[in-house]
Design a protein. Structure first.
Length: 134
């Protein structure tokens, strides 16, 4: 299920000191927050992973398949009322594989990201994605 433009809207990717950052705005009225958890909404971890994948698809301008999640740490809870604006930061990329993806080749890309707002890190993600064949 695509969450782009329903659960969140994104800004533009911005390069900062060798990393890439994209800011998103969460929609606190989304049904996910009404059911997870009623009265005390919390962003589900699986949604954080889906958003990360979708943002990477936007970054590389292609559809991606999640191959493996090497490691994920949920360090703090994201609540839509308190944290409606959060950032996904692409910490490290496999630059050789990135070039292959940009050429349309079938490379696996190792990605590390973290999710933050101000001084709080919510999640750290290490995963492998691959461009979908059409």
């Amino acid at each position: 299920m695509e969450l782009r433009n329903s659960l969140y809207n994104r800004g533009e990717w911005i390069e900062e000191n060798g990393t890439w950052r994209v800011n998103i705005t969460l929609h606190s009225s989304h049904i996910i927050f009404q059911s997870h958890f009623p009265g005390e909404p919390v962003m589900p971890g699986v949604c954080i992973l889906q958003i990360a994948k979708e943002l990477l698809e936007d970054y590389w301008n292609c559809q991606l398949k999640l191959i493996r999640i090497k490691n994920v740490k949920f360090l703090s809870v994201i609540t839509p009322e308190k944290h409606s604006h959060i950032s996904f930061v692409l910490e490290r990329e496999d630059r050789d594989s990135e070039q292959e993806v940009r050429k349309g080749e079938d490379a696996e890309i190792n990605v590390k990201m973290h999710v933050e707002s101000d001084d709080t890190i919510f999640s750290k993600i290490s995963m492998t994605v691959q461009q979908c064949k059409h």
